[in-house]
Design a protein around this ligand. Structure first.
Ligand SMILES: [Mn+2]
Length: 346
């Protein structure tokens, strides 16, 4: 069955595919975040409870901030040859469960682990999901795939415990920007209440994710803020992080995590962008909107995507050139003042 708006039908169809499978591959998009990492772990816990042979593979390193999650090492990074061999040895797979991957190319080489007989379950909350797979559960209004899976687990009576609840809470917490985006609905808080009742420590999780930053990441933040530029009468801000700045701070690529949020912290800022190049060759752009402009309209022009309030794209040119282009596009958007109601998340 393809995507429908009927949740119980989606849940029943997902359950049936899982129960009929013996060998299952769990995956998500490359360059994992709290939602993709946390939800993959929670799904592994569920498959373990069902007694299924399951393995999780993605093209990603688990970010430092998520390593506290119990069993994070169960996620295989197939960019490492040895890990890829381990995953392949578990195949062929009857079923692939894909979490928050709007299209197959976002999971990279994991998609190649699928055989002709592999069924695919596609569960997502990205509005631009292309509806691939045998069963699709797509709900753009959901705060996170963590929220969708928590709903699923309750529906199928999976009696999950603290480690699974911690993984799901991490997914929801990070994808709602700590419950500040409008995607955090009353339903989200009902689910979170259930997770808290399973014994998680919201303080410890928040501390592990947000307040255990490395010294280089704080030095990088300092350089970023020293160079922040405001434009469009203060309606927009942009931060450019060059390879030299990463070097000066002694920071790795993933230590730029979270810096983009500062682009929306000034009064009057409606749109923000972080332009960064760790290797001096490829340049990544993260875009944010306070909620009145859809930044996917900019990301999409450069082959990227995301959500109305959080989107991104990649370039093969210098940060200087990219910054110029992005500033131009933001100015254009603000001049057209295409006001709409944006949802957020990532
Ligand atoms: Mn997500």
């Amino acid at each position: 069955m393809k995507s429908s708006n009927n949740n119980s039908a989606n849940i029943a169809s997902i359950r049936e595919l899982i129960e009929n499978a013996n060998s299952i591959l769990v995956t998500s998009h490359m360059d994992g975040d709290g939602d993709s990492i946390g939800t993959q772990l929670a799904v592994l816990d569920y498959l373990g409870w069902l007694g299924k042979r399951a393995i999780a593979a993605h093209e990603s390193l688990v970010p430092n901030a998520m390593r506290f999650l119990s069993g994070a090492s169960r996620l295989h990074n197939i960019r490492e040859a040895g890990e890829l061999t381990t995953v392949k040895a578990q195949g062929p797979f009857d079923l692939m469960i894909v979490l928050e991957c709007p299209n197959p190319s976002r999971m990279g080489a994991v998609w190649d682990l699928k055989s002709d007989n592999t069924k695919v379950i596609n569960i997502d909350h990205h509005q631009d999901n292309t509806n691939y797979g045998d069963t699709v559960w797509l709900r753009p209004a959901a705060s996170s795939v963590g929220e969708l899976m928590a709903e699923y687990f309750v529906a199928v009576d999976f009696p999950f415990e603290k480690p699974t609840a911690e993984a799901l809470y991490t997914a929801i917490l990070t994808d709602t920007g700590r419950f500040q985006y409008p995607s955090a609905s009353s339903k989200t808080f009902e689910i979170v209440a259930d997770l808290v009742s399973r014994g998680i420590s919201i303080r410890d999780i928040t501390d592990s994710i947000y307040f255990q930053r490395t010294q280089p990441s704080l030095k990088l933040l300092g350089l970023a803020l020293a160079g922040i530029k405001f434009f469009a009468d203060g309606q927009a801000a942009i931060i450019e992080l060059t390879q030299e700045m990463f070097n000066e701070a002694g920071a790795t690529a993933d230590e730029a995590e979270g810096i983009v949020e500062y682009t929306l912290m000034a009064t009057g800022a409606e749109v923000g962008a972080l332009v960064r190049s760790y290797d001096g060759q490829s340049t990544k752009v993260s875009l944010r909107s306070r909620g009145h402009h859809d930044v996917t309209t900019i990301a999409a022009q450069f082959g990227g995507g995301g959500h109305a309030a959080a989107a991104g794209c990649k370039f093969n040119s210098s940060t200087t050139e990219v910054t110029e282009q992005i500033v131009g596009k933001i100015n254009e958007m603000l001049a057209g003042s295409s006001i709409n109601t944006a949802k957020c998340g990532s």
